[in-house]
Design a protein around this ligand. Sequence first.
Ligand code: PLP
Length: 371
Amino acid sequence: MDKRETIPFVDLTAVYRRLRPEIDVAVAATLESGWYILGQQVNAFEVEFAAYLGLDSAVGVASGTDAVLLALRACDVGPGDEVITVSHTAVATVAAIELCGATPRLVDVDPDTLTMDPDRFRSAISARTKAVVPVHLYGGPAGMDDILSIAGEHGLVVIEDCAQAHGARLGGQMVGTMGDAAAFSFYPTKNLGAMGDGGAVATSRADVAERLALLRQYGWRERYVSAIPGYNSRLDELQAAILRVRLRHLDEENDARRRLAAAYDAHLAGLPVTRPAVLSEDRHVYHLYAIQTERRDDLRAHLNACGIGTAIHYPVPVHRQPAYARLGYGPGSLPVTERAADRVLSLPMYPDLPPDAPAMVAGAIAEFFDQ
Ligand SMILES: *Cc1c(COP(=O)(O)O)cnc(C)c1O
C-alpha cells in the first residue's frame, strides 16, 4: 500500500453522501421554517428517539457533556455529593460530574470488557456517594446487572453514559433504559451523529423529564420566568432535523458495524492481539473496534505507513491528566485502566467502511507481527 491514507479511521463525508437526499430536504425545510431553536424538529426528534429507546421521554440538549451534567442535576446531584465513574472514558464524563458541583470518584475497569468493575464500584461507595455513572464504552454495555443491584442496595442514582452506545442492548434490553436517566451525545462521529454538537437525556421518570425541560432553558416553565436556576443547553432545530434522518438509519448502520466487527474478529483470529470482548447477552454496536497489544505504538506506526488510520481511546486516563491530578490518584492507582491506556488501538470503523477493509487491515497487522 502507498503512503496515502487508503483506509481512513472514519469518513463522515461517506455518511453525508449516502444520506444526502434526505438530509438536504430536512435541512432546507428547517431553514425555510424560520424557526431555529426548540421547535417542531426538536419535539419530533424527542418523541421518535424516546420511542426508539422504549422510554417515555427524551430531552434534547446541547451536547453529551451537558446531557450527563443535566441528568445529574435533574436527579438532584450537586455540591457535597460524590459520584462514582470510571477513568477509562472520554474526559467529558468526569468533566460533567464536576460541572454539577459533585466530586468524581474514579474506579478501575474490568480487564476484559474495559467497563466499570462492579467490585471496585462497591468498594468506592461512601456515606457521601449519591450517584454512579457507568459508561457503555466502545458500543459495548457495561455490566449493568451487578451495577444496578449494588446501586439499589445503597439507594444510588444511576445515570447511564450512552454516548458511545446508541442502540446497544444487554440481554435484549436497550442500554439507556436501565437507570434513572441516560445521557446521549450526538457528536458527529457517534453512532447517532449530528452535523454539529448535540445531546439528549432519556428517562421514564416524569419528575426528571420535567426538571430537564426547565434546566435546559434558564429554568423556564413559562417564558421569561425562571422557576429554578437553569442553563442554556438546547439542541437546535437543524441538528434535530438531521438526527431524525439519521435515527431512521441507525439500526442498519449498527448492523453494518456489527458485520465489519465480525469480519475483523475472523481475520484477526490467530494474531497476537486481544480482540474486543463481547459477552453473549450483549448486542454490541461497535462505536469503536479497539484491539489491545503490548506493541501498540509500533503497530500504529506500521499501519500509518500502510495508509491505515487508527486512533487511541484513550491514551491518557482521566486520572492521569493534568487537570485531574488534584483528584489524588497517583500512578498505579487504577492499574487495569493504565494498562489499557498503553495497549488499546482503535481500528477503522464506520458504517460505510468497505466490507473488504477489515481483511486488508488484518493483513497489514499480520505483516507487522511477521517482521
Ligand atoms: C463523546 C462522549 C461524551 C461527550 O459528548 P460531547 O457531545 O462531546 O459533549 C461523553 N461520554 C462519552 C463516553 C463520550 O464518548
